[in-house]
Design a protein around this ligand. Structure first.
Ligand code: PAF
Length: 288
């Protein structure tokens, strides 16, 4: 039985034709942008999209413009057939898998750059990354003409950037952020988790454990300045080799904070087993 497998479309005219048919029938369209190597976190976004829109497009495009190194781009997993099988029964109608030339035809010269929001946190460690993300997301929105788009909160800075660009460019699309999907031991789901050794995989959940512990301390009145040194040491002691950043930011505008005022996020990036993992937790009104 493969009847609920979504169709694969690779070209823009084919995509436009299908979307036009849906829109003519009065059916709103949701998009879930991905780079493939789908896991349960992606599937939870697809299910959330299907719960809110009658038509769901999943895009699979390993976007060369958001990689900092050619080796990283070449090593990125491409698992199209397995991804399509995973999407069976999740509510996706169509998978858009464009070749690079369909997204970036010869002569392509435009970059979408969201100033400010792109600069700290991951942006400080991955030069050009968020310009690549913003450019491809703007393209995917205009290519799919979707009415809603679903993104995970795990990439919280990315979510903020996408919200900003949709407003700034007057794109007629609603951005829906969905909570981070976690393994039973708390590790945030990520396509990178499969690259961990058994030992690294066993140690990796310490990142979330430490985020929760610090979030509790912040909620009980401590400042980041009081928490940060100990937290970084605890993450390293758990088996991580480097903590790139551990920061408290306001959800609105990602303004750096020393103590939570209003809706805030505690965000971290750290390396384990040569794999860079990111995570964050919400801190609202002093509660974890
Ligand atoms: O989060 C991702 O997988 C990518 O950054 C995205 C949003 C699909 C853009 O390539």
């Amino acid at each position: 039985m493969t009847t609920d497998l979504p169709d694969i479309v690779r070209d823009l005219p084919g995509l436009r034709q299908q979307v036009a048919d849906w829109k003519r029938a009065g059916e709103p369209v949701a998009v879930v942008p991905t780079m493939g190597a789908l896991h349960e976190g992606h599937l939870s976004l697809v299910r959330a999209a299907a719960a809110q829109a009658p038509r769901v497009i999943v895009t699979i495009f390993v976007n060369p413009r958001q990689f900092n190194s050619a080796a990283d781009l070449a090593a990125y997993p491409r698992t199209e057939e397995a991804d399509r099988l995973k999407l069976a029964g999740q509510g996706a109608d169509l998978v858009f898998v464009p070749p690079v030339e369909e997204v970036y035809p010869p002569g392509f010269s435009t970059t979408v750059s969201v100033a400010g929001l792109s600069e700290g946190l991951c942006g400080a460690h991955r030069p050009g990354h968020f310009d690549g993300v913003a450019t491809v997301v703007a393209k995917l929105f205009t290519m799919t003409q979707a009415d809603l788009a679903f993104f995970g909160e795990k990439d919280f800075q990315q979510l903020c950037i996408v919200r900003r660009l949709a407003v700034d460019l007057n794109l007629p699309i609603s951005i829906v952020g969905c909570p981070t999907f976690r393994e039973a031991d708390g590790l945030a789901m990520s396509s990178r988790n499969v690259r961990l050794t058994a030992q690294g995989r066993a140690q990796a959940p310490a990142l979330h454990t430490e985020l929760r512990r610090v979030a509790g301390e912040l909620a009980s009145g401590k400042t980041m300045a009081e928490c940060e040194v100990l937290a970084r040491a605890a993450i390293l002691a758990a088996g991580y080799t480097e903590v790139e950043y551990l920061e408290l930011r306001a959800e609105s505008g990602l303004v750096p904070l020393d103590r939570p005022t209003g809706a805030a996020r505690l965000l971290v990036a750290a390396w384990i087993d040569g794999v860079r993992l990111i995570d964050n937790v919400p801190i609202a009104g002093g509660a974890v």
